[in-house]
Design a protein around this ligand. Structure first.
Ligand code: DP6
Length: 373
């Protein structure tokens, strides 16, 4: 009877955003969304789960701090996985009867403000599925019960969360559009913006949008279905300019909905808006779309770009966002980039205020969760 497992799960960043639920408790969205799974080599959650007859209670430790296991979302994931294991008769009943201990941490600083709930819940659910030997079963619907966006972190590459139509949410789950190996050229730069303001969380922000925004209805009915269709095609064709335009348009529309919410949810700050205009200016002057931005419920930018432009875009970012730490290894994290010998003339662009970025993470599209041997 195997009673301990360690797994990792990736972060995902949506290019067509999930924003709004039709059912709060079942976490059913009002629209489909589509994301890119990021490489676990640079960003991931790592979770060890053990079950033992001697444990007296369930326990969960997140980043070294004990949290309440009796949290509604955690409990539901746990109960659903056990139910599925019971139905599949995938493991001994004694194992299912044991209490569990969960120890989870992120390999990226929470200060990065990246959606850690997606990788965290995907890791928890995938780990429990391994513990109870649920090998082939669908589990993205269970991860969804932890945090909506977590269902997309169950798969690698390019992932669509199909909103589904059933009242009980049985058809609301993630599907892989293409694996990471389909378009390994896609690179990612996360610009972590210096910011201390506390934002409205995604859960309450989107609930407020559903009730108060008029634009959100138009987005859900008229824009998202078309965009999902077009971006899926762009991914299949590895058509970066098309992928980039749809990604930027959807990020902008999502933040427009946030401003149309009453009172508004303001997630982007002045630095975020500066990133947007620099990127449009850069793409225009380069004569082609070399890089795309997208912003979640915070000020940090996630840039998507083909591998061959990483050096040039990074040199450009270093020029327009000068930083005292630019030379330090801590400033550009993740997959190393050699910037030496880069001859660039960006003097036409006026730099923004110094130290507006905290640091940058370079990564790529990556695979789904896996077991750590
Ligand atoms: C802006 O998945 O964090 O990142 O389902 O309430 O837990 P809950 O919300 P969450 O929302 C993510 C919103 C987003 C867009 C996206 O990831 O699609």
């Amino acid at each position: 009877m195997q009673n301990s497992v360690t797994v990792i799960a990736p972060v995902n960043i949506a290019v067509i955003k999930y924003w709004g639920k039709r059912n709060e408790s079942l976490i059913l969205p009002i629209n489909d969304s589509l994301s890119v799974t990021l490489s676990t080599a640079d960003l991931c959650s790592k979770t060890t789960i053990s079950a033992d007859p001697s444990y007296e209670s369930n326990q969960i430790i997140l980043n070294g701090k004990e949290e309440n296991f009796e949290n509604e979302r955690i409990l539901r994931c746990f109960e659903m996985i056990k139910q599925r294991a019971l139905e599949a008769e995938s493991c001994p009943k004694e194992l299912l009867d044991c209490k569990i201990h969960v120890d989870s941490e992120n390999n990226f600083p929470t200060a990065a403000g990246l959606a850690s709930s997606a990788s965290g819940y995907a890791c928890l659910v995938y780990g429990m599925a391994q513990l109870y030997s649920l090998k082939k079963q669908e589990i993205s619907d269970i991860a969804r019960m932890g945090s909506g966006s977590a269902c997309r972190s169950i798969y690698g590459g390019f992932v669509q969360w199909q909103k589904g139509v059933e009242l009980d949410g049985n058809d609301s789950m993630a599907v892989q559009i293409a694996p990471a190996s389909h378009w390994p050229d896609l690179n990612v730069l996360i610009l972590v913006v210096n910011d201390s303001k506390k934002k409205v969380g995604s859960t309450s922000g989107m609930a407020r949008s559903v009730v108060t925004s008029e634009l959100i209805k138009y987005r859900v009915e008229k824009c998202v279905p078309q965009r999902i269709h077009s971006i899926t095609q762009a991914i299949k064709d590895r058509d970066f300019p098309k992928f980039a335009e749809l990604t930027m348009r959807d990020s902008n529309q999502f933040h427009a909905i946030c401003l149309d919410t009453f009172p508004p949810c303001v997630y982007m700050n002045d630095v975020s808006h500066a990133i947007v205009s620099y990127i449009h200016e850069f793409n225009k002057n380069e004569g082609e779309t070399k890089v795309a931005y997208t912003f979640d419920a915070g000020p940090n930018a996630c840039l998507y770009l083909p591998e061959k432009y990483v050096k040039r875009v990074l040199s450009f970012i270093n020029h327009v966002f000068p930083n005292d730490n630019q030379e330090s290894v801590e400033y550009i994290r993740g997959t190393p980039v050699e910037l030496e010998n880069e001859e660039n003339d960006f003097s036409q662009y006026i730099p923004y205020a110094k130290n507006s970025l905290k640091y940058i993470i370079h990564t790529k599209v990556g695979d789904g969760p896996s077991i750590v041997e």
